[in-house]
Design a protein around this ligand. Sequence first.
Ligand SMILES: CC(C)(COP(=O)([O-])OP(=O)([O-])OC[C@H]1O[C@@H](n2cnc3c(N)ncnc32)[C@H](O)[C@@H]1OP(=O)([O-])[O-])[C@@H](O)C(=O)NCCC(=O)NCCSC(=O)C[C@@](C)(O)CC(=O)[O-]
Length: 324
Amino acid sequence: MRNCAYSTAAGERIPVRIVEVGPRDGLQNEKTVIPPEVKVGLIDRLGRAGSRVIEAGSFVSPKWVPQMAGTAEVVTSMDKLPGTTYQVLVPNEKGLESVLSLLAAHPDKPPIDEIAVFTAATDAFSIANTNVTVADSLKRLARVVQSALDKGIRVRGYVSVVITCPYSGKVDYKRVRDVTKELLDMGCYEVSLGDTTGTGNPTSVREMLSVVLEANPVERLAGHFHDTFGMGVANSMAALSAGIRTLDCSIGGLGGCPYSPGATGNVATEDVLYALQDSAYSAPGDLEALVDVGFWISERLGRDNSSRVAKAVRARREREKAKL
Ligand SMILES: CC(C)(COP(=O)([O-])OP(=O)([O-])OC[C@H]1O[C@@H](n2cnc3c(N)ncnc32)[C@H](O)[C@@H]1OP(=O)([O-])[O-])[C@@H](O)C(=O)NCCC(=O)NCCSC(=O)C[C@@](C)(O)CC(=O)[O-]
């Protein structure tokens, strides 16, 4: 498997972990119903193209996010590759119960390795997304995290709207810092900081991180940048410069958040891998193969591929073919 960073005389590269959120964050916002076999096809192709951490779906209320119904079928049908971590998002104890029943039903081949829980930096977003304030969501999540840890399941955390909230405007970064700390203190191994609206730029991302880092170790943070204003790659690089070593990305730039009107998908996986080429960082994933995966899923969804790099690679391939 080729790695996106090529070796140079510069020596050892700093490994960056990429969490591929396309099958969950990407697909959850799609309007058309996506059959489970397409979701499975996407996850399997991502794994074969070198994605090493894949968020495969979510166990949320199908009334709130219909597109994620059927996650149980998806995770029990996918080809779970050794060396790849598969996670699902859960909002509450009911979601965790679904995960635990699946694990109990498949003791020899657990379909899921870990879960992710989520809250927000503002009450307005938390209520829109999960029907409870941030304080109430943290109480609920503390129970979920403890139960998961008791069963030996690792838990990742998300904080949404770390820069701007679509309902209450500019976010107080101290709130991001404190909510992040609560998630880490309750046992999340890592917290992913979500610029849900994609309004951040490298300056605001750096400012936000400097406040969050007052109370949280950088090695337990991840960056999750939506690309609404085209800043996803720049913000990812700013996060790496601040010491973050895990980035969430979405193949083909799929997605958006159902509770962040107008926000586009996460920064495209292909764009981040291209930005890391020949840099001080290395990340897993075969860029050429991932470009194919991005076009494969975009075609199935009848949508444009949002990755600038994928489009440029396709254009280069067409030029090369024309020369033959
Ligand atoms: C949290 C709730 C459930 C509260 O929703 P609620 O309506 O307050 O919950 P409830 O307990 O009153 O239950 C309502 C119904 O949902 C069912 N239900 C309840 N829980 C579950 C469950 N786990 N799985 C399946 N069904 C569930 C429950 O059984 C009941 O069914 P009924 O009796 O009416 O038939 C709801 O608000 C919800 O599901 N929200 C999820 C919203 C969501 O998925 N948002 C997108 C993910 S977060 C995100 O994208 C941001 C992130 C992470 O990517 C980072 C970033 O970019 O910012």
